[in-house]
Design a protein around this ligand. Structure first.
Ligand SMILES: Cc1cc2nc3c(=O)[nH]c(=O)nc-3n(C[C@H](O)[C@H](O)[C@H](O)COP(=O)(O)OP(=O)(O)OC[C@H]3O[C@@H](n4cnc5c(N)ncnc54)[C@H](O)[C@@H]3O)c2cc1C
Length: 457
C-alpha cells in the first residue's frame, strides 16, 4: 500500500456526482479521520439531475439543485479537474486541470463514479444545433431560450420567423426527456397569460421517439395515460419516428415531416463516461458487447471491479458508469442508471471500503426498487410506488406531490432542501418567473457594443 497521506489509507473518488458525494460523506461518517479522501471532478459541485426538468421550467432556481463539494465535504480534498488516465496496475490516476496541468495522484482505494454522457447518433446537423439536458447550464439555456423566444415571437411581424421561434423540438421520451418537454410546455402555458399577442395554438412542442412508447419505466396503462395527457395538452408526440436531419435548424423526421425549429433538445439516451472505454486512458475492464451495458465498468455485486484475473480489491465502481448486478431483480439483471441506485450504491460502496480497511468481509449491493415517479408540470404527475410486493399506481396531484417530496428528501444538504421549498412557496404567491436571459451566454456583448461606440459590428 502506498500511504502518502500521513499513514492513512487514501481513498480517491473519481466524480463528485451522486455516487462520489454519497461515498465521500458516508466514509467520513463511518471512518472519521482514519482515512484521507480526495474527490476529483471538473465541476466544483454535484448536480441533482432529477430536478433539472423543474429548472428548465423555471420552478426551481438553478443554484438550488447544486451541492457545493467543498462546503458539503468538509475535511475532504476536492480537486477540480478531469480524469485523463486511470492506471490501476500502478495505483495512480492522472488528472488534468482546466489550466492543462497534469496531476498524478496515487491511491489505496479507488472509487469510480464518473457517470454518463449523452449518447449521440451521426445525424446531420445534430451536434451543431442540438443541446443536451444533463447539466444545469443546459436546463437554464433551454428555459432562457424558450422564454426569450416567446418575447421575440410576440414582437415579430414575420410569420415564418414567428413559427420557427415558437417550435420547440425534444428528441427522446425516456424519463428525463419526457419530464423535460412536459415541464417546459407547462411553463409556456403559464407564461402565455402575459402574452396577449400569442395563443396556445401558435406554440408547437414536438416530442420524437424511435420506440412505440414513451416513459418505458411505466406500466402499459400508465404510458397510455401519459401519452393521452401530453397529446391533450397539444404536445405532438411522434412515436416510432426518428430524427433524420437537423441541419440549420430544419428538422426532418422519418415520418416525412419537415419543419424549422429554434430549439432542439437531445435526450435520446446516455452512455457511460467515454474515458473508461478508451484503452489508452483506462486499464479498467469494461463491457464490450453491444447493448445497454456497453462501456460500463464490470463489477461484482460487492461493487469491486472484476477483471479476467479476478476482482481488484482496491478498485470499486458504481452508478451510471458501472454494470452493477441487480440482485433484487434476479440473475442476469443489472441496475438501471438512476439516482435511486447511484446513491444507495454509494452507501454500500463506502461501507465496503470501511469493511476492507477494518479487515471485515464485504457485503453485496441489494436494493429493491422503491418505485418511479415523474412530474409532468405543475400538479401533474405519474408513478409506481412499490410497497413490498405490492405495486401502487399513482397519478395526477398525488403523484406530483410524491415526486416532489421524494426529490426534496434526496436533494443533498438541508440548506438546498429549504431553498427549493422556499422557491416553490414564492412561486405560489407570485407565479413562475417569465424572464429568459439568453444574453447570459454572451455576457460581454453589451460591453463590446459600448466599446464600438454603439455601432453594431
Ligand atoms: C434530466 C435528468 C433527470 C433525471 N431524473 C431522475 C429521476 O427522476 N430519478 C432518478 O433516480 N434518476 C434520475 N436521473 C438519473 C440520475 O441523475 C443519474 O442516474 C445519477 O445522477 C447517476 O449518478 P452517478 O454518480 O453515476 O453520475 P453523476 O451524478 O452524473 O456524477 C458523475 C460525476 O462525474 C463527473 N465527471 C464526468 N467526467 C469526469 C472526468 N473526466 N473526471 C472527473 N469527473 C468527471 C461529473 O461532473 C459528475 O459530477 C435523471 C437524469 C437526468 C439527466
Amino acid at each position: 500500500m502506498t500511504n502518502t497521506f500521513g499513514g492513512k489509507p487514501h481513498v480517491l473518488i473519481l466524480g463528485g456526482g451522486s455516487v462520489g458525494l454519497t461515498t465521500a460523506s458516508e466514509l467520513r461518517k463511518s471512518l472519521g479521520a482514519e482515512v484521507a479522501i480526495t474527490v476529483v471532478d471538473p465541476r466544483p459541485y454535484m448536480t441533482y439531475a432529477p430536478f433539472l426538468p423543474e429548472v428548465g421550467a423555471g420552478s426551481i432556481d438553478p443554484r438550488n439543485v447544486l451541492a457545493p463539494l467543498r462546503k458539503v465535504l468538509t475535511g475532504t480534498k476536492v480537486v477540480t479537474g478531469s480524469v485523463a488516465a486511470i492506471r490501476s496496475a500502478e495505483h495512480t490516476v492522472v488528472v488534468e486541470t482546466e489550466e492543462g496541468e497534469k496531476l498524478e495522484i496515487s491511491y489505496d482505494y479507488l472509487v469510480v463514479g464518473l457517470g454518463s454522457v449523452p449518447r449521440l447518433l451521426p445525424i446531420p446537423g445534430l451536434a451543431e444545433n442540438a443541446i443536451g439536458f444533463k447539466q444545469v447550464e443546459e436546463a437554464v439555456s433551454v428555459r432562457d431560450r424558450i422564454l426569450a423566444n416567446l418575447a421575440e415571437a410576440a414582437t415579430t411581424k414575420d410569420p415564418k420567423a414567428r413559427k420557427r421561434l415558437l417550435t420547440f423540438t425534444f428528441i427522446g421520451g425516456g424519463f428525463a426527456g419526457g419530464e423535460a418537454v412536459s415541464e417546459a410546455e407547462d411553463m409556456v402555458r403559464d407564461a402565455l397569460r402575459y402574452y396577449p399577442d400569442l395563443h396556445a395554438s401558435d406554440i408547437r412542442f414536438v416530442l420524437v421517439d424511435g420506440a412505440p412508447f414513451i416513459f418505458p419505466e411505466l406500466t402499459e396503462e400508465q404510458r397510455a395515460y401519459v401519452l393521452n395527457q401530453l397529446r391533450e395538452r397539444g404536445i405532438e408526440v411522434k412515436l416510432e419516428t426518428f430524427l433524420n436531419s437537423a441541419e440549420n435548424g430544419l428538422i426532418k423526421t422519418s415520418d416525412g415531416d419537415e419543419f424549422e425549429t429554434d430549439l432542439l433538445v437531445w435526450n435520446a439516451g446516455v452512455k457511460p463516461n467515454p474515458v473508461l472505454s478508451d484503452d489508452e486512458a483506462s486499464d479498467l475492464p469494461v463491457v464490450t458487447e453491444r447493448g445497454p451495458l456497453m462501456g460500463k465498468v464490470q463489477v461484482l455485486p460487492d461493487l469491486r471491479v472484476n477483471t479476467e484475473n479476478g476482482p481488484l480489491d482496491d478498485v470499486f465502481a458504481a452508478g451510471d458508469c458501472a454494470a452493477v448486478p441487480d440482485l433484487a431483480s434476479g440473475e442476469g439483471k443489472f441496475c438501471p442508471p438512476n439516482a435511486q441506485h447511484a446513491v444507495r450504491q454509494g452507501k454500500r460502496l463506502a461501507d465496503n471500503i470501511a469493511r476492507s480497511v477494518q479487515g471485515r468481509p464485504l457485503v453485496d449491493y441489494y436494493h429493491k426498487n422503491l418505485g418511479v415517479f415523474a412530474t409532468l408540470g405543475m400538479y401533474k404527475g405519474v408513478g409506481r410506488l412499490m410497497l413490498g410486493d405490492k405495486e401502487i399506481d399513482v397519478r395526477g396531484l398525488p403523484a406530483w406531490a410524491m415526486a416532489r417530496g421524494y426529490h426534496v428528501y434526496a436533494m443533498p444538504t438541508l440548506g438546498r432542501k429549504a431553498a427549493v421549498i422556499a422557491g416553490w412557496a414564492a412561486n405560489l404567491i407570485s407565479r413562475r418567473d417569465i424572464i429568459g436571459i439568453p444574453q447570459a451566454e454572451t455576457p460581454r456583448a453589451a460591453f463590446e457594443y459600448a466599446a464600438n461606440s454603439g455601432k453594431k459590428k
